[in-house]
Design a protein around this ligand. Structure first.
Ligand SMILES: [Zn+2]
Ligand SMILES: [Zn+2]
Length: 125
């Protein structure tokens, strides 16, 4: 067995500490990739693209790359929690007003994160 074949068994043992470190790395990568995607979106935003978004019906708009990137970024900013009850599942991004549709990326405060239930309540459903 050559020197290269030797490995330190301790490096492969999963401990609470190594798990914690692994999760931190994954979380860091997630934050980086979502932030980068948002920054690229903002940098690449053009009037023609914005006009294209404006022409769409709302349900199509919610399917766009623009909305997906924005949605993920807003969830990140709100730490993946409902602004009202703190729930971390079934989260949706809600427009506080409809004044900045297609321009949300410049008005992030206009977007809220709500769980399904709080969201329905917000809309009086
Ligand atoms: Zn909620
Ligand atoms: Zn809403």
């Amino acid at each position: 067995m050559s020197e290269d074949d030797k490995f330190n068994l301790a490096d492969f043992i999963v401990t609470e500490e190594s798990e914690k470190k692994r999760r931190q790395i994954i979380e860091h990568q997630r934050v980086e990739s979502i932030t980068k995607a948002f920054e690229e979106l903002v940098a690449g935003m053009t009037r023609p693209y914005q006009r294209e978004l404006m022409r769409m019906c709302y349900s199509d708009f919610l399917q766009t790359h623009y909305w997906e990137v924005l949605r993920r970024y807003v969830l990140l900013l709100h730490r993946d929690r409902c602004d009202q009850c703190g729930l971390t599942i079934n989260l949706q991004v809600h427009h506080r007003s409809y004044d900045f549709i297609h321009d949300e990326y410049q008005h992030l405060d206009d977007l809220a994160v709500l769980c399904d239930r709080c969201h329905r309540e917000q809309h009086g459903l």
